[in-house]
Write a protein that binds this ligand. Structure first.
Ligand SMILES: [Zn+2]
Length: 361
């Protein structure tokens, strides 16, 4: 058998083949695996060596396996000592795709653009700076509509479950439905399914800068000069805030299966700003109503951000604006769960009318 990885987002890791077994070294941290095995045996034993940090992202999720060209589904893993996980894959002798994350890269984005290109209400666009583009979808007309809602996924390009939810949101908004009509009658919706398509094709980090450095891009919202994609998105969001037109801003992330819930969150204080009692009550209510019916849904509402410079920290500190984040879990759910999450977020958004507290009102 042979390991192939030269496709969009394909990442191999050091491995050893011995008879019917392939062992991947996925230490240290959260090493990604996204390969195709050509010419596997009918019973392929896959062993993965993790450390404590990396194991949690995969153990409860399983190994993502696609036999032939079938979609990826999660196979439960057997836990061995020393953070080692193993599974036996029945390949039927066909080539098999193995991944530790549901891959989302430029090819998924291309398919989304092609599949929804002729949608009645929306269109894809891009913002551009320094030879980089941020593709986004706009439903309704943001120049004319009242509120603008934002769904932003792939800030950390590895956190692909968030991208799949955003992908589902675009597909839903692209179909003529009472839900789409309700939403677009009172607002415009912008969806960024993958903040940095460039980063998704590299294995270096969750974000790769134009000068090829791997950084924590999601935490650059507060930088004097964020990298291009963050600068472009931030400028749009700040315009909406200054015009008092920002509705929901939801960044979509994923700790994969490290947590068993899809946790929706905002914060109470940042910099000199703290939410008043009435805005805090509004945020509590909005968290509860937005998470309603979301599979494995949970909420949290901490005092402060866990890492400075993230969108909800910067936007509250600099603009006194309330924004949200979800960590979509991959424990016990795959593509169906991501689609259902997309559906629930849109249905819940459609039922919410009061967004004045976002911008301090
Ligand atoms: Zn993240």
């Amino acid at each position: 058998m042979e390991v192939l990885s030269a496709f969009d987002g394909g990442v191999s890791q050091p491995h050893e083949i011995s008879g019917d077994e392939i062992t991947f070294e996925l230490k240290p941290g959260q090493r990604i695996l996204n390969v195709r095995i050509a010419g596997p045996p009918p019973e392929l034993r896959v062993t993965m060596l993790f450390d404590k940090k990396g194991k949690g992202f995969v153990a409860r999720q399983g190994l993502l396996v696609g036999i032939g060209n079938a979609p990826l589904t999660a196979l439960p893993l057997e836990e061995l000592p020393d953070h080692t996980l193993r599974v036996c894959v029945q390949t039927e002798g066909k080539d098999v795709r193995l991944a530790t994350r549901y891959p989302y890269g430029r090819d998924a984005l291309d398919k989304l653009i092609c599949d929804t290109g002729s949608a009645p209400h929306g269109a894809w666009h891009y913002w551009a700076q320094s030879d980089r583009v941020v593709p986004y979808f706009e439903f309704g007309n943001a120049a004319e509509a009242g509120l603008i809602h934002y769904f932003v996924a792939g800030e950390d390009c590895w956190e692909t479950a968030g991208c799949w939810v955003a992908d589902g949101i675009v597909r839903l908004l692209s179909t003529d439905s009472p839900l789409t009509e309700t939403l677009l009658a009172k607002s415009a919706i912008r969806v960024v399914p993958l903040v940095s398509p460039y980063s998704a094709t590299r294995e270096k980090a969750s974000y790769t800068t134009p000068d090829d450095k791997g950084i924590y891009g999601a935490a650059t919202w507060g930088d004097a000069e964020p990298p291009p994609e963050y600068a472009l998105i931030r400028a749009q969001v700040e315009d909406a805030i200054r015009a008092g037109r920002l509705g929901l801003l939801l960044t979509l992330h994923s700790w994969q299966a490290q947590q068993a819930t899809s946790n929706l969150q905002t914060i109470r204080a940042a910099g000199e700003n703290a939410l008043s009692e009435s805005r805090a009550a509004w945020a509590t209510d909005t968290l509860a109503r937005m998470i309603e019916g979301v599979p494995h849904g949970a909420t949290s509402f901490p005092e402060k951000i866990w890492h400075p410079g993230l969108a909800r920290d910067y936007l509250l500190a600099a603009h006194n604006a309330i924004t949200f984040r979800v960590e979509v879990t991959t424990a016990g759910q795959g593509h169906d769960g991501f689609r259902e999450t997309a559906e629930r977020f849109l249905a819940n958004l459609a039922a919410l009318d009061d967004w004045a507290p976002v911008c301090g009102g």
